[in-house]
Design a protein around this ligand. Structure first.
Ligand code: PSU
Ligand code: MN
Length: 312
């Protein structure tokens, strides 16, 4: 366990965990760096409401005032949303320095998994994980999300990896790290803005109970994270040729402007929102909402599974 003074659980989250009730972790880099204001705030509020409507307690996670906060109130969400990219983007390597300085930071998938595991939360919803960037053989840009999935026992519900990445290399690294990738109601690995990347997820589950059965065994064996790849709803999906065009333009702009390191993903997402006239943002919001609903169902199934009862 981490030193208790660095981890602060919201009272509702603490009570739910104590009682073995379902809790869903939510990340905050998507709020600070993933979407423009005020859409980011509306998204954060709505995702929490959807988790509640599905019978689970939302735990949005961020680094604030020298603490890893698990479970935020509305004023906290506002502060993150309004600070936006002026807040830090906390990856695993940044955590200690950010806690030491007391700075405000959105937590990435990697850091949110780390915090969720510290708090005892097993299920986490996001938009799309980071992965292996195109051109990674030269840049070595591989998201810390993949490393974290390999070592931290949390189930991450996402709409695949963002299609700005090299998805085939991303799946290869997930295999190397020993991460089960479960297509939710699909054999395909989804591509964030579209439902099918043309690659296979590897495993398939058709409902929450199906997923919970695998998670119970994975966690009992202490084997690290699981990726649940839940495709964007049909009605919200973008046209593949169109989004591919925006991605190519955004990648060329990033190259021309010399964007590197942790700035790459926020830059590309912002560029694609601008190029699509906001349609990629609407799709991103729809897929996050869908992931929150599915994650809440999985958290419920996991909380009522025989293995969970035995562990309590
Ligand atoms: N999902 C979204 N929007 C986002 C992210 C996920 O819909 O902005 C964030 C997550 O926090 C993820 C990060 O961890 O993008 C990936 O950043 P990088 O490629 O630098 O690891
Ligand atoms: Mn990176």
């Amino acid at each position: 366990m981490p030193h208790p003074s660095y981890l602060t659980l919201g009272s509702e989250v603490a009570a739910a965990l104590e009682a073995g009730k379902p809790v869903v972790a939510l990340e905050s880099t998507i709020i600070t760096h993933g979407m423009p204001h005020p859409d980011n705030l509306a998204m954060a509020r709505r995702v929490e409401a959807l988790v509640r409507a599905e019978g689970a307690v939302p735990a949005t996670i961020a680094i604030m005032d020298g603490r890893i906060r698990v479970g935020l109130d509305d004023a906290d969400l506002e502060r993150l949303a309004e600070t936006g990219q002026a807040a830090a983007k906390a990856s695993r390597r940044d955590v200690a320095a950010l806690l030491a300085s007391g700075a405000l930071a959105g937590t990435t998938v990697a850091t949110t998994m780390q915090a969720a595991a510290m708090a005892g939360i097993r299920v986490f919803a996001t938009g799309g994980i980071g992965g292996v960037h195109r051109g990674a053989s030269e840049s070595f840009d591989v998201s810390a999300d993949l490393e974290e999935l390999g070592r931290t026992p949390v189930a991450v519900v996402c709409a695949g990896a963002k299609a700005i990445l090299d998805l085939s290399k991303t799946l290869e690294v997930l295999e190397t790290k020993g991460v089960p990738v479960i297509g939710y109601g699909t054999d395909a690995f989804p591509a964030f803005w579209t439902r099918d990347s043309g690659l296979k997820a590897g495993l398939r589950a058709d409902d929450a109970a199906d997923v919970a059965r695998i998670l119970s065994v994975q966690f009992a064996l202490a084997m690290g994270g699981v990726l649940i790849a839940n495709p964007i709803p049909e009605a919200a999906a973008m046209d593949k040729a169109e989004i591919d065009g925006f991605i190519a333009t955004a990648l060329a702009a990033a190259d021309a402007e010399g964007i590197a390191g942790k700035a790459v993903t926020p830059f590309l997402l912002g560029k694609i929102v601008a190029l699509s006239g906001g349609r990629s943002l609407a799709a991103n919001i729809a897929l996050v909402e869908n992931n929150a609903r599915v994650a809440a169902g999985i958290a419920r199934a996991l909380a009522s599974s025989p293995a969970a009862q035995r562990q309590r």
